[in-house]
Write a protein that binds this ligand. Sequence first.
Ligand code: ZEM
Length: 291
Amino acid sequence: IKGSSGETQGIFKATKDDYQKVYDEIARLLVDKDDYDDGSYGPVLVRLAWHASGTYDAATKTGGSNGATMRFAPEGDHGANAGLKHARDFLEPVKAKFPWISYSDLWTLAGVCAIQEMQGPIIPWRPGRQDRDVAFCTPDGRLPDASKDQNHIRAIFGRMGFDDREMVALSGAHSLGRCHTDRSGYDGPWAFSPTVMTNEYFRLLMDEKWGWKKWNGPAQYEDQSTKSLMMLPTDMALIKDKEFKKHVERYAKDSQVFFKEFSDVIVKLFELGVPFESTPEDRISFKVSDD
Ligand code: ZEM
């Protein structure tokens, strides 16, 4: 029997402790399965939660993290979602162990867990997402295209309901992870420690000299001193645009300010389009694992 809030099965009603158990299991698997990419599935889990949420369209109230419709081919096969099967497959054993949680709650909770376990800020989270069928898949083209400029960033994130400051804060997630030639076509990490959440992305944007990478792949930037880091055209747009750059400077200077504003905006991102019966006060702050 499925209850109305997604996480009731028969007489079982999940409590905060039950969600912490799911968090702990994901955190355990992050440590256990370290033979992936730069040693962690954390970044790709954050990207899964973001792509599940970032399809939201405020005008039609469609898309968003409610539904987990990326499970189905039309959406899972969108070019922007290439490689996210690694994240979805990573979470299958967690879903098997806690079958009462919806995929859509699980994916956003995993994003929260990954950020916190990679030393990022606490991201308050609440359940209430319900999985939906293939008919709810969003059309292709709702996620950002890295080859574009500031107008595109404002069009895409404006559609979700974010302002300039929030767009820049969200972009700080690119201190995590890397680009893969077999997924997006781009190559390399943004920062020197891609499995630790920091404000390094903003410091590098401000401090490094960036030039076009000379290669046969899509146009991307590389740092001139080590040629081991990258920026997408959309990343560089954050310092080319004066209004965006103000916030890049603030976050480069003060990592606490970045963490606070990043936490607030990612809470908002992960809740887009969710028909909660709960209130913001019901959000759970998960306990980070001891190492
Ligand atoms: Zn990303 N992102 N992103 N992003 N992203 C990639 C990787 C990651 C854009 C984008 O095109 C790309 C946000 C915003 C934007 C993460 C989180 C968030 C990649 C590389 C591309 C091309 C994919 C690959 O090849 O594997 C664009 C154009 C964005 C806005 C303009 C926001 C917002 C994010 C979270 C809040 C993360 C964590 C990764 C690293 C994934 C990994 O597998 O390492």
